[in-house]
Design a protein around this ligand. Structure first.
Ligand code: PLP
Length: 400
């Protein structure tokens, strides 16, 4: 194994943690019931609002993203409730399983794991539900297993067109801080997220941003909860505290990560992700390989999943890249295992990080004997040169 130089963590999360954030996390542990913590608590609870683009509460749990999913379900739904989900990939499927375990009846729209949510299907399903028995539409914004990003503003439009009162719950676990997202403007009721992807923190924080409608639902829903209860959290949060011991040091990191994102400017952050993603797709095509996502409108700014030709094992390829170049690439998940590898280009990733990662992949394709053409790295460089740094150019190529 080659352990020279720094490790290239090019999986679609957890993503590398910037030095400034690591240093912030290294602060001495403080009394979580003291005045210094309350100030920190208030700062991060307020700061999160600018990232979720909401004026409402954002609840922070010491948990992974899955904990935040559970919080979204147990605070809003009741056993026997019907919800609508779309099979965008592995994570949408996991969400379905969790809801089923809580006694929720899931209408699961079949998908081929190569597209995001089709808003017209959501509209049609909701229009059929004249009795309004569907209580929530639950979708994954960026399907990390496939590299397809669903158009949440269009999903909201579809719900409005159908005049359906269901709650809209969105998993932004791998999109928040990397893709444009507007909790309030898109009228999302619960946005679920976590720390270890676009927020550039280690794993360990889960988030739910909550609308007034979701809060109202939490007053009368019937699922039991204790640790995840929004009411207890919100009561304590008014003073900057938490009802149980929070992840103090991760919250120091969160304060720094929010500052980093706002210093760069969220629009600039999103544009950077689009440019890196377009360059990655240019490389994949030049190699003669296939981008898994088949809908250009849904191309992910966060990661690119690459299909290998039949008979070539993506896990063997990833092992060669790890052994030779000290770089981790994302594995194919569940039914995509061995068939795809995933390139993360999120968080603290810049032009040169990406160019290095693509070089490692191109050399790895050679070593693994995977049929491809040379020149992916050159194609990525040409794409980055062409895109430059302007917002206009970036928007033009988001779908390229
Ligand atoms: N949803 C999506 C889209 C994810 O990418 C992940 C993890 O990668 C999860 C849910 C599960 O989150 P966690 O592993 O933080 O519990």
């Amino acid at each position: 194994m080659n352990s020279q130089g720094r490790h290239f963590l090019q999986i679609p999360g957890p993503s590398p943690v910037p030095e400034r954030v690591l240093r912030a996390i290294g602060m001495p542990v403080i009394d979580h019931r003291g005045p210094e913590f309350q100030k920190l608590g208030r700062e991060v609870l307020d700061g999160c609002k600018s990232i979720f683009k909401t004026s409402g509460p954002v609840i922070i749990y010491p948990s992974s993203g899955t904990g935040a999913w559970e919080a979204a379900i147990v605070n809003t739904l009741s056993p026997g409730d019907r919800v609508l989900m779309v099979e965008t990939g592995h994570f949408a499927t996991q969400w379905r399983q969790m809801a089923a375990r809580w006694g929720i009846e899931v209408d699961f729209v079949d998908g081929d794991w190569r597209h995001g949510v089709d808003p017209s299907v959501v509209e049609a399903r909701l229009a059929e539900d004249r009795a309004h028995s569907i209580k929530a539409v639950m979708v994954v914004h960026n399907e990390t297993s496939t590299g397809a990003t669903s158009r949440i503003a269009d999903v909201r439009k579809a719900m409005d067109q159908a005049h359906h009162p269901a709650l809209l719950m969105v998993d932004t676990i791998s999109s928040l801080g990397s893709c444009e997202y507007k909790h309030d403007e898109w009228n999302v009721d619960v946005t679920v997220s976590c720390s270890q992807k676009g927020l550039m923190l280690p794993p360990g924080l889960g988030f739910t941003a909550v609308s007034k409608k979701a809060l109202a639902a939490s007053k009368s829903n019937k699922l039991p909860r204790s640790y995840w209860d929004w009411e207890d959290m919100l009561k304590a949060n008014t003073g900057g505290s938490f009802p149980y011991t929070p992840s103090t040091n991760l919250l120091y990191g969160l304060r720094e990560a929010i500052a980093l994102l706002l210093e760069e400017g969220l629009d600039a952050v999103f544009d950077r992700h689009q440019r890196l993603a377009a360059a990655t797709r240019a490389a994949v095509r030049a190699w003669g390989l296939e981008v898994l996502c088949q809908e250009p409108l849904d191309y992910s700014p966060v990661l690119t999943a690459v299909l290998l030709p039949d008979g070539h094992d993506a896990d063997r390829f990833r092992k060669i890249v790890l052994d030779k170049f000290n770089m981790s690439l994302g594995a194919g998940l569940s039914k995509l295992a061995g068939k795809v590898f995933r390139i993360g280009h999120l968080g603290e990733c810049n032009t040169l990080t990406l160019m290095a990662a693509l070089s490692g992949i191109e050399m790895g394709l050679d070593l693994a004997g995977i049929p491809h053409q040379a020149g992916g790295v050159m194609a990525a460089m040409a794409s980055l040169k062409e895109l430059g740094n302007t917002r206009e150019n970036t928007l033009k190529v988001a779908m390229a």
